[in-house]
Design a protein around this ligand. Structure first.
Ligand SMILES: *Cc1c(COP(=O)(O)O)cnc(C)c1O
Ligand code: SF4
Length: 352
């Protein structure tokens, strides 16, 4: 398994040439606070000669992570406020998150759950907690969709994952299963026949949202892994985080979204970065994000347009935060085209 060659310590990062020996001490403090993990697939993408490499920026710890801002929060999207039993987050009536595992193949430096993920402990919910989580789903007939997230559910062995996913097959009210994962880019070789069978073990319509933030992450191996997933009948969605120094320019964002679509992945969410501790150096202003997202409009295929969203701090769910393209007037509406031109849509005439 390729995960065994994942870089997990500061010593390993220094040895691999990703951290200068002179910085080992401050970086060690970061690593003591937040988990570190760089898979061989991601390490291979990093250009050591480029101090601003967008792949390194996502995975190599940075001393700035030690600075916490007053607006930052340990639980930025309010998971705890909506967790009726361990491992379940039930914020919206018709769907739940199931966080069966808090381990990831890589550890993203901007992670919104960075206080909750990492290799410590046994990595997964206990058997009793999993039983309670499935009992909760079974007892709530309004739950139509179960979203496996974490951590990264695809780090589980195919056998364990098949056991978990298979438990949903007998629940008639659960209509869809969704996975949120970094594995297709971070460790694409994990996507083998056994894993494909496990993902589909519920027999329900199955979606998989793959997290990637830079077009270089969509390597030939990743694209091949995504093709195997599609071949298994799984519907693929793209999920990205808008990150300063990684993808905060129109050309990079356009290439990422086009890369997704060419790989058979529909861009779904482009997240504004959450207020996770020690991540201020990744955040750009919402006005800047709106400008970038507006610039994509009309320039690239409609298939390539993600929804730009913010998870409202405190657990109130997601809001779409792109600039509105229509505005109500006293009489009719004003609509903005992709070049910024404004047009009137007339009021309804006649039988009032
Ligand atoms: C984001 C999220 C979901 C999924 O929301 P969609 O808009 O359906 O993608 C579900 N539950 C929680 C708690 C979430 O944070
Ligand atoms: S894969 Fe997801 S949960 Fe894991 S560290 Fe990255 S952002 Fe966080």
């Amino acid at each position: 398994m390729t995960l065994d060659r994942t870089l997990r310590t500061v010593d390993a990062l220094v040895e691999a040439g990703f951290v200068p020996a002179a910085e080992a001490e401050p970086i060690g403090l970061v690593a003591a606070r937040y988990a570190v993990g760089v898979t061989p697939a991601m390490a291979a993408l990093i250009d050591r000669a480029d101090p601003t490499d967008p792949i390194a920026r996502q995975f190599i710890p940075d001393a700035r992570e030690l600075e916490t801002r007053p607006e930052e929060r340990d639980d930025p999207i309010g998971d705890h406020a909506h967790s009726p039993v361990a491992g379940i987050v039930h914020r919206y009536p018709d769907r739940v998150l199931l966080k069966a595992v808090h381990v990831c193949p890589v550890y993203c430096r901007f992670c919104f759950r960075r206080e909750m993920v990492g290799p410590d402990g046994d990595g997964t919910l206990s058997a009793e907690a999993l039983d309670a989580a499935f009992a909760y789903i079974g007892a709530h007939a309004e739950i139509r969709e179960v979203i496996f997230t974490g951590g990264d559910p695809l780090v589980l062995s195919a056998r364990r994952l098949a056991d978990l996913v298979g438990q949903l097959s007998a629940m008639a009210h659960v209509r869809m299963v969704r996975f949120h994962t970094r594995v297709p880019v971070a460790d694409p070789d994990r996507i083998d026949a056994a894993l494909l069978a496990a993902l589909s073990a519920s027999g329900k319509t199955t979606y998989l949202a793959v997290h990637a933030n830079h077009p270089r992450e969509l390597t030939d191996a990743a694209v091949a892994g995504l093709a195997r997933l599609r071949g298994a009948g799984i519907v693929l969605l793209g999920q990205s985080v808008l990150l300063k120094g990684v993808n905060d320019d129109v050309d990079t964002l356009a290439a990422l979204m086009r890369g997704f679509v060419e790989a058979g992945v529909m861009p779904y969410y482009l997240h504004h970065p959450d207020l996770a501790p020690g991540t201020a150096h990744f955040r750009l202003s919402i006005a800047e994000g709106q400008r970038l997202v507006a610039a994509l409009r009309g320039q690239i295929s409609g298939l390539c347009q993600p929804r730009y969203v913010l998870d409202i701090p405190g657990g109130f769910g997601k809001a779409q935060i792109g600039l509105p393209e229509i505005e109500a007037l006293d009489d009719g509406h004003r609509v903005t085209d992709f070049r910024g031109g404004q047009h009137v849509y007339p009021p309804l005439q006649g039988d009032e």
